[in-house]
Structure formats: structure tokens, C-alpha cells
Design a protein around this ligand. Structure first.
Ligand SMILES: Nc1ncnc2c1ncn2[C@@H]1O[C@H](COP(=O)(O)OP(=O)(O)OP(=O)(O)O)[C@@H](O)[C@H]1O
Ligand SMILES: [Mg+2]
Length: 165
């Protein structure tokens, strides 16, 4: 009995696709993660080095669960875990930015501020003469998502700007 015998036909089709993109669209609890974890194990079983596999999730909990499941499958098949990258896309992007920091003109030890960190930092800064008396010194409302939206829009030709769509 192979690992693939533990999948239904749709899962098996996804897990055995060695080349190209696969989109798994299915409801909650229907076996999406199972298809992905078996695909990773199948790729490794077929000789793909674990270091060539990247699996990203949204939450740490999902990443931990996926890592655990892949490890269990590989142990059952007597295969080495061989270090596939399984983590959140935040941790992967932070790792990549740090690795390529010098190309981006950033120090390798740059800090990443979430929205709360940014607000705390803003409030900790002393008011300058320019800001005093002009209401709020550093408005809380300019959240990261608004800045991101602005920066995306600024890089688009006029007709494609979201605010004009
Ligand atoms: N073909 C299958 N045979 C037996 N059990 C299965 C099969 N597919 C999934 N399961 C089991 O069903 C449960 C849910 O599977 P899984 O976690 O992969 O679903 P999911 O779609 O990722 O769920 P969620 O939407 O919560 O992320 C798990 O316990 C899994 O082992
Ligand atoms: Mg899942």
C-alpha cells in the first residue's frame, strides 16, 4: 500500500502532479491540507530535494500542522525530512529580504514594525515645532494598508488607478 492509496481521486491527482501549478478549491475540512502534504511527500519520494520545496501558509498554526504531517508521512516511508521550507509567508519573506538585504540597500538586521509597533513609535517621538499646535502630531489613521494602497496606485498609469476604476 502506497501513500497515494490514502487519498481520494481528486487528492491523488493533485498530489501526483509533479510539474506546473495545481489549484485545489474545496470546502472546509475536505482534505486540502492532506492533498498538499501528500504532494510534498510524493515529490520527495520521487527524488525532489526537500530544499527545493517551499510551502507557505498564512498562520504559524497551519505551518506547524503541515510540517508535522509531512514529517509523519516521510518517517512512515523511511525518508529523511530533508528540510523542505514549511512556514508562514511572513517568515519566508522576512528571511528572503534579509538574505538579499545588501541588494536592496538595507542592513541585514533591519527591523519590521507591525501596525501597533508603528503607532507606539509614532507616539514616542517628540513633537517638532512644525507639528505643535496643528492638531494631531502623527495621525494614527495613516495605516500601513493605506500607505501600501497609495504606493501601488502611484506606480500605476492614471487610467488603472483603483480610485478611478
Ligand atoms: N482521503 C482521505 N481519507 C481519509 N481521511 C481523510 C482524507 N482526506 C482528508 N482526511 C482527513 O480529514 C480531516 C481533514 O483533512 P484536512 O485537514 O486535510 O482538510 P482541510 O481541507 O485542509 O481542512 P481545513 O479547511 O480545516 O484547512 C483530516 O483528519 C484528514 O486526515
Ligand atoms: Mg487545511
Amino acid at each position: 500500500m502506497t501513500l497515494l492509496d490514502e487519498l481520494n481521486s481528486g487528492q491523488r491527482e493533485a498530489a501526483t502532479a509533479l510539474e506546473g501549478p495545481v489549484l485545489i478549491l474545496a470546502g472546509a475540512g475536505t482534505g486540502k491540507t492532506r492533498a498538499i502534504t501528500y504532494r510534498i511527500a510524493h515529490l520527495i519520494e520521487q527524488g525532489v530535494p526537500g530544499s527545493a520545496i517551499l510551502a507557505v501558509t498564512f498562520t504559524n498554526k497551519a505551518a506547524g500542522q503541515m510540517k508535522e504531517r509531512v514529517r509523519d508521512l516521510l518517517v512512515r516511508k523511511g525518508l529523511a525530512f530533508d528540510d523542505p521550507w514549511i512556514g508562514t509567508f511572513h517568515s519566508f519573506c522576512a528571511w528572503l529580504l534579509r538574505r538579499e538585504a545588501s541588494r536592496l540597500g538595507l542592513p541585514r538586521d533591519f527591523k519590521i514594525y507591525d501596525a501597533d509597533d508603528q503607532n507606539r513609535r509614532r507616539e514616542a517621538r517628540p513633537r517638532t515645532a512644525q507639528h505643535q499646535g496643528s492638531g494631531r502630531a502623527y495621525p494614527r489613521t495613516a495605516g500601513t494598508h493605506q500607505l501600501r494602497e497609495k504606493s501601488c496606485n502611484d506606480s500605476l498609469p492614471g487610467r488603472q488607478r483603483r480610485s478611478e476604476a
